[in-house]
Design a protein around this ligand. Sequence first.
Ligand code: ASP
Length: 583
Amino acid sequence: MLRDRSASDLGPGQVGQLVRLAGWVHAKRDHGGVCFFNLRDRSGIVQVVAHPEDRQAFEAAQGLGLEYVVALDGTVEARPAGTENPKLSTGAIEVRAGKISLLNPSKPLPFMIEDEVNANEETRLKYRYLDLRRPKMLGHVLLRHAVAMAVRRVLDRTGFLEVETPILTKATPEGARDYLVPSRLAPGSFYALPQSPQILKQILMVSGIERYFQLARCMRDEDLRADRQPEFSQIDLEMSFVEEADVHAVVEDMLQAVFKEALGVEIKTPFARMDYAEVMRTYGSDKPDTRFGFEIKDCTLIFRDSGFKVFADAAATGTVRGLKAPGPLSRAEVDRLGETVKTLGAKGLAWIEWKPGGPVSPIVKFLRPEELDGLSALFRAEEGDFLFFCAGPAHVAAPALGGLRKELIANIQPDPKTPWSFLWVTHFPLLEWSPDENHWTFAHNPFTAPLAEELSKLDTDPGNVRSHQYDLVLNGVEIASGSIRNHRSDVQRKILSLMGYRPQEMDEQFGLLLNALDYGAPPHGGIALGYDRLIAILRGENSIREVIAFPKTAKGVCPLSGAPSAVLPKQLQDLGIRLDQTK
Ligand code: ASP
């Protein structure tokens, strides 16, 4: 080895030892005839000092620049009293260099290797190898690894087998566009890159694998709005002979180990669980941030005979729901919140402020004392509180107040009750109506099983069939999604037919799965956790790009490699492809 230990191995216990180190020159300063630099390796930083008496080392040190790669032999010495650096784990010592070898110089850097860089993202991605040298980025890589190892340990211990599924495959419907790869051997035919291993993991259950997992790469050709990546990773699993609670328990164990091993944090299991219908009623969102209260309340009964016509009408035909927020809020802020609910489809936002002299609002004059008493009791409204209301059909009022809730939390930034709040949301509707296509479409994926007691509604009321679909939400972010699947092909075919597939199309697109289900498929279910998203949350990053070693920009470009890029005419010829230059 070019070195016999790492920088962070050194401390007061090593004083007097001869050591051999190698790494990068992190910072350098000349001080009254003595040359100092920080040597950085993956483990950390140690200060190196070169004295003029040690001639070779001193001269070599003087010639070093930032990010030069060096190896050195030296002696560990205690730093002179008063010069210790408590911020560094090696801050009590330094290495007095006896010999320094330059292994490789570096060009001047496009940005400094430190946590706060002012380079834009494009530059950081172009020089990702430098970007990843920054301690924070290295921290992301280390945590990602720690999480992967914890996941593998827990799943191995509980009987899961890691199985790889192909990257060159056939389209798997997860609702996005497929990336296609042309086949040279079968001109005119294409592989699809997997949107997820969904069908193949189900087939592994038919194969008798019983417990499968994979850190799976998924590729979806979507418009990269918000924080999406064309390829991302999932902790993907599938289990046979299980019910929802069994899948949830595995995920809870896994996350408990992840939090413990990666962050040293104990999280409590089992996680809270709420039905989709209830979560929509309570939070107006299927991914609420449950670190905070701000529960939505149904005020319909209070306003049944209201003198405020908007509420009375809504109470008769729909619902009136409300939310309490602490004041003070300026009129401009209240107006802004009103705009928010309008963009979410609500007609408007009514409000009442609980002032010392009593409730104040443009609508108060229409309300009877019983109504105000009812509100005061329901919300336990106190001086300074604001009550906000949306009226109308439940499917409009609930998400409007859900959006309001989210904005209030973002604006007020209250102290969370707990730093990590998990919530299972269960029993999502099986189907959603797709007005564009004029048929039902899957709410999550087409393989989810309906609840047994809802089966008969498939014929009479498909829109209200509740399913075995569940999501796991952490601090308002959906981090996992899965379901118990249809293991009977007749049920699967029936659901596909509601989604507008004719038998022949079913066989073309889903034949792979449908055929397998006919050969003794066991009951099964599974889940996939967004690995990148989980790491981003654990590291306090908003964007998953930060925690992926080599991500693409929001435009789907990799500035490091230049992908996507043109190919040679010969390559296209081999594939039998002619480009349409008008595109
Ligand atoms: N295949 C699903 C997805 O990618 C996850 C699952 O249902 O297991 O979201």
